[in-house]
Design a protein around this ligand. Structure first.
Ligand SMILES: Cc1cc2nc3c(=O)[nH]c(=O)nc-3n(C[C@H](O)[C@H](O)[C@H](O)COP(=O)(O)O)c2cc1C
Ligand code: SF4
Length: 678
């Protein structure tokens, strides 16, 4: 048996967990009608197959109708959920993993205009900044009803074969009672710590009475809100001890911080550029003070840090949640001594930011996550070895090369630059986005193992490609910054990429016109402002940087606000003229009736990229499919069979930004779904 601390079993009451790595609760927003159907099950089972000890399914499944789903949560108050839960738990157990579910009442952390349009309840009228609903102050009959709802939901989950339930307290109703900041009740549930904890213990007692002792029960709670006037560390320790002493629960799942604002949430769940494992020592203090089973997750993305968390005795079970969205087979690879093959989580937080925008969680660089019904995590070998020539070694080209290599094909990649990476290499120029380069490095090391041939510094012409006698050609040449958006003066502006790459020196009084609204605009702003320039970001949109999304915006704002960068929304840069050494910006508005003139010494445009597609169009007449992609086959994950030219010698495809400006996930998904069947 291995002596790796991560691979030691753990006895949690009657439940034997096969190792020390868990996936903590996270709602990927895959439910259909609030139920965990085939897609949800396939996603969950993939992680069980990958070897994880326990998967905490659902993020905060709702126990009551006045806790409507904010990110397509499971609805644990529905009786018809039980058979779906049963199918999922049976399938996970068959793979040798344990499975629990997190239950919650969201309290004020939701909206009244969702679900059944019931008023939102909380122990005060204070609204939560993130979700904006002004709550009704909870009444005695609400409290009784919700306690019963928790017990009913737990009973449903037990009937569905769950090994246990965890209560989501932090930021949700249970901790809204516990925190002095959100509890303004009089009487038995307000005031003293005893009273503020009463709701939590009433819920726990009601659940225990219903599910009995042979069912795991845990609480995920904040032991330090890190907010003036909130639950502080001292009170958090006291809460931890009381939870243990209650005898009602089997483990603590420790959170540090608050989630009522985007900034607070991002400190609880740090993203790229922020420190790894920031709350691990704190979780260790709680474990030391309580001597009670302790779980914890917060940016422990790599095996070495996870191993340290267990070996040092800071926690009993370590959460690697986003890491498992990136690679569901982490434990299997540890066991097989293939840690270097683990696809690294780069903290891009595309997964989490998407659910807060109402979308489903996808991983920026694993397009199979959440698409297990059609996309494989392990690529099958092809029946016939083909020659695949790929032009471009950005994320799309490298994913195509990796997948083609896994299929067993002979793969040749041409790249015009010295190094692989394309736009990601530029992105990673920013200190805080440096982790992005692992998207490239991991693919390069996989390609190396698979024997992919690379030609860097090679500008491939049609002749070069055809001389390879390819069966398949994939154009992944990406795009070039698109700045030709003005009625006059396009030659006077520079692109955001010019600034980020260092090709153009930052100005001193700069306008960034950003209607792409993605990272490049903000990255350029930060480069210029850090170099001492005064920066204004202007957008014709209703809000700036909409593609960056909530949690990713936090580190930018922490930096840009200090650098005095200003933001102007709903104005459009229409033209630029030179006047002496200065540039005159002609500014209008899509709403009409505005014509302003402003003066700057540099104007930067961020308007996405325009495809670099000359080679594609040169090769098109010589291909068998004339570049055609059959969409139905692409969507269903089937082999492409378009045949339009009997003289064609090879199939030709175009992926990523070489087709149209999109994002890294789209580029990688293009590559995976096309090449997995070649
Ligand atoms: C898509 C997504 C949804 C999440 N939803 C929940 C949730 O509903 N309840 C919860 O307690 N934590 C939720 N989390 C937080 C995770 O449980 C975990 O604490 C967090 O991702 C930090 O751990 P990691 O760095 O290992 O990913 C969610 C995380 C993700 C990525
Ligand atoms: S999107 Fe980023 S943070 Fe989320 S799982 Fe993927 S790599 Fe990790």
């Amino acid at each position: 048996m291995s002596n790796d601390p991560l691979l030691q079993p753990y006895q949690l009451k009657h439940l034997t967990l096969r190792n020390r790595i868990i996936v903590t609760a996270h709602e990927p927003a895959y439910p259909e009608d609030g139920l965990p159907k085939e897609r949800y099950r396939a996603y969950t089972v993939e992680r069980a197959k990958g070897g994880v000890a326990m998967t905490m399914t659902a993020g905060s499944a709702a126990v009551s109708k006045d806790s409507p789903p904010v990110f397509n949560n499971l609805l644990a108050y529905k009786d018809e959920i039980v058979p779906w839960i049963r199918e999922m738990t049976d399938a996970v157990h068959e793979e040798g993993a344990a499975i629990m579910i997190q239950l919650t009442h969201l309290g004020r952390r939701t909206r009244w205009d969702k679900g059944e349009w019931l008023p939102v309840v909380a122990p005060s009228h204070h609204r939560e900044a993130s979700h904006r609903a002004f709550p009704k102050k909870i009444e005695d009959w609400d409290i009784e009803r919700i306690i019963k709802d928790f017990a009913d939901a737990a009973e449903r989950m037990k009937a569905g074969g769950m090994d246990g339930v965890e209560l989501e307290a932090y930021g949700h109703l249970i901790d809204q009672f516990a925190s002095p900041l959100t509890n303004e009740l009089d009487g038995p549930y307000g005031g003293s710590l005893d009273n503020r904890m009463r709701f939590c213990f009433d819920v726990l007692k009601a659940i225990r009475a219903r599910v009995g002792d042979d069912f795991i029960l845990g609480v995920r709670y904040t032991a330090d809100e890190c907010l003036p006037g909130g639950t502080g560390k001292e009170e958090g320790l006291e809460i931890s001890k009381r939870l243990k002493q209650s005898g009602l629960i089997d483990y603590l799942n420790v959170i540090r911080g608050h989630i009522d604002t985007d900034a607070g949430l991002t400190d609880v769940i740090p993203i790229q550029g922020m420190a790894n494992s920031p709350h691990l020592d704190f979780a260790g203090e709680i474990r030391a003070a309580t001597n009670f089973p302790t779980f914890h997750a917060a940016k422990i993305p790599d095996v070495a840090t996870a191993r340290h968390a267990i070996a040092s005795g800071k926690v009993d079970m370590v959460g690697m949640t986003r890491a498992h969205m990136t690679d569901p087979h982490i434990v299997r690879k540890i066991i097989e001594k293939r840690e270097e093959d683990i696809r690294p989580c780069v903290g891009a937080n595309y997964c989490l930011d998407r659910i807060y925008q109402g979308g489903a969680a996808y991983c920026i660089h694993n397009a199979a996550t959440g698409r297990e019904l059609t996309m494989p995590h392990s690529i099958a070998k092809a029946d016939r070895r083909k020659k695949v020539v790929i032009i471009g070694a950005g994320p799309a080209g490298l994913e195509a090369a990796r997948v083609a290599g896994e299929r067993g094909h002979e793969v040749v990649v041409f790249e015009a630059a010295n190094d692989p990476g394309g736009q990601i290499r530029l992105t990673a120029q920013s200190e805080r986005r440096r982790e992005m380069i692992s998207i490239i490095d991991w693919r390069m090391s996989q390609c190396e193992k698979l024997g992919v041939t690379f030609h860097f510094n090679s500008w491939a012409e049609a002749d070069t490609v055809q001389a390879e006698n390819p069966d398949v050609v994939i154009i992944a040449t990406g795009g070039l910054p698109h700045t030709e958006v003005l009625s006059k003066g396009n030659e006077l502006v520079v692109s955001a990429w010019d600034i980020i790459s260092g090709d153009v020196k930052p100005g001193t009084n700069v306008l960034i016109f950003d209607d792409a609204g993605d990272h490049a605009g903000l990255q350029a702003a930060e480069f210029i402002a850090k170099a001492g320039g005064k920066v204004e970001i202007m957008t014709p949109d209703r809000s700036f940087a909409p593609e960056v999304m909530a949690m990713n915006l936090v580190p930018y704002m922490r930096s840009l606000q200090k650098l005095d960068v200003t933001f102007t929304v709903t104005y459009r840069l229409e033209a630029v003229e030179k006047s002496g050494n200065e540039l005159v910006a002609h500014v209008g508005s899509d709403y009409g009736g505005i014509a302003k003139q402003r003066t700057f010494d540099q104007i930067v445009i961020n308007h996405g990229t325009i495809p670099l597609d000359d080679l594609y169009f040169e090769l098109k007449p010589a291909s068998s499919n004339l570049g055609e992609v059959l969409h139905d086959q692409l969507i269903a994950g089937r082999t492409q069979t378009a045949w339009r030219n009997a003289d064609g010698k090879f199939q030709l495809f175009r992926i990523g930004d070489a087709v149209a400006a999109r994002n890294t996930h789209a580029a990688i998904y293009d590559a995976l779904r096309l090449v997995k069947d070649i």
